[in-house]
Design a protein around this ligand. Structure first.
Ligand code: NAD
Ligand code: MG
Length: 388
């Protein structure tokens, strides 16, 4: 039996992970499941999967969670310390699917106890890639990418020599507004930005797809995970979301990963690694699909892509500042304090204000400084959003 924990179990990735676990329950022993506000779902799943512990991020919800778990034998816990304690419990495989920088600490704890970390939480690599990968190496833990593009790259690299890689191309659907004018994008509502044309995902990543902040995070994620230089990573708009990434080798070959837009593929690949097992995803009928289309992204529509390059050039704590400013700008957009196209301005201005005292060249990085930079960037971004 493999001991597994799912952080962010009540979210979109978490539920897809549990869907796969439920198909083969005898293979798994569930240690911890965690969630946020949706304690009904959390309690139901914790009982169904006979978890040792269920943790809600919100301490105010502990009594209600306890109530729902009464008599089930599942322990109830709440708050960040409880999330960290749950991540310290021995497990063989841990899904990191909390949204945002809040996913970093549990992921660090999981690799510190040697677990294989299935990483959906791209923010961990953006904020503290060098720390997370060094901790994993020091404790013999494996990190497997769950982001569809990075899983695709990982799969295209199996059996290949990294030194022979010339470039990596990650695709982007273009999100909800790919065919909108800039004027219409400036007036876009939260509801419009929350509807993805191809993927069913959490609200935050869906809005980040429309602004391409999600792709910006993914470019940095690829830089950190595969050790690629910024100019080796390209973004290509591919509205069908069937080709997830391509790896270009020095002999000119391009290896593409093609599959339906269903996260259970990337999750299942990480769950079964190093083997492949049957997965309940649609088999593509390419003759029926007929054609695939590609185009270059327009950086005027997506300033996030330019900012991602600047962040990679700066290095160090710039990723933590970028992600935190992005999260605060997204909060402000969701709260209808700023417009859709104002988010990138808030992030850019935050980076400009914060960069003189980032202490970027202070390698090696440490987690406390990541947290400080995160707090500072959120404060600056929230103030800028207020002024907007
Ligand atoms: P979601 O919003 O559906 O779920 C987020 C989960 O995190 C929930 O369980 C929620 O309770 C929990 N959570 C939220 N805030 C928290 C906090 N402060 N502390 C602890 N837990 C908290 O999000 P999602 O779409 O499942 O995305 C999860 C992660 O996976 C994100 O990093 C996202 O970028 C990444 N990802 C998602 C997809 C996708 O298809 N949904 C694809 C690739 C990568
Ligand atoms: Mg992705």
């Amino acid at each position: 039996m493999r001991r597994i924990s799912v952080f962010g179990a009540t979210g979109s990735i978490g539920q897809n992970t549990l869907d796969l676990i439920a198909r083969d329950p005898d293979r798994y022993d569930v240690v911890a499941l965690t969630g946020g506000q949706n304690i009904d779902q959390l309690a139901r799943d914790a009982i169904r999967f006979r978890a040792d512990v269920a943790v809600t991020a919100d301490p105010a919800l502990l009594p209600a969670l306890r109530d729902r778990l009464a008599g089930s034998g599942v322990e109830a816990a709440a708050g960040e310390p409880a999330l960290i304690e749950a991540a310290q419990r021995p497990a063989d495989w841990v899904m990191s699917a909390i949204v945002g920088a809040a996913g970093l600490r549990p992921g660090i704890e999981a690799v510190r106890q040697g677990a294989t970390l299935a990483l959906a939480n791209k923010e961990s690599l953006v904020c503290a890639g060098p720390i997370l990968t060094a901790e994993a190496a020091a404790h013999g833990a494996r990190i497997l990418p769950v982001d569809s593009e990075h899983s695709a790259v990982f799969q295209a690299l199996i059996g290949e020599d990294l030194a022979a890689v010339e470039r990596v191309i990650i695709t982007a659907s273009g999100g909800a507004f790919r065919d909108w004018s800039l004027e219409d994008m400036a007036r876009a509502t939260v509801a419009q930005a929350s509807a993805h044309p191809n993927w069913a995902m959490g609200q935050r990543i869906t809005i980040d797809s429309a602004s391409m902040f999600n792709k910006a995070l993914e470019v940095i994620e690829a830089h950190e995970f595969f050790g690629l230089t910024p100019d080796q990573i390209e973004v290509l708009v591919h509205p069908e979301s069937l080709v997830h990434a391509l790896v270009g080798f020095q002999d000119g070959a391009l290896m593409a990963h093609v599959g339906p837009p269903d996260m259970r593929h990337a999750i299942g690949f990480a769950l079964n690694h190093p083997n492949r097992h049957p997965l309940p995803v649609e088999r593509l009928d390419l003759a029926k699909i007929g054609q695939l289309t590609f185009r270059a992204p327009d950086e005027a529509r997506y300033p996030a892509l330019r900012l991602a390059r600047e962040v990679m050039e700066t290095g160090g704590y710039a990723g933590a500042a970028f992600n935190a400013a992005k999260e605060a700008a997204l909060d402000a957009f969701i709260a209808e304090k700023i417009g859709f196209m104002d988010m990138s301005g808030v992030v850019e201005d935050t980076l400009a204000q914060i960069s003189p005292d980032l202490g970027l060249q202070n390698a090696p990085m440490c987690l406390d400084r990541v947290a400080e930079i995160d707090t500072q960037a959120r404060r600056i971004a929230a103030a800028l959003a207020q002024k907007n």
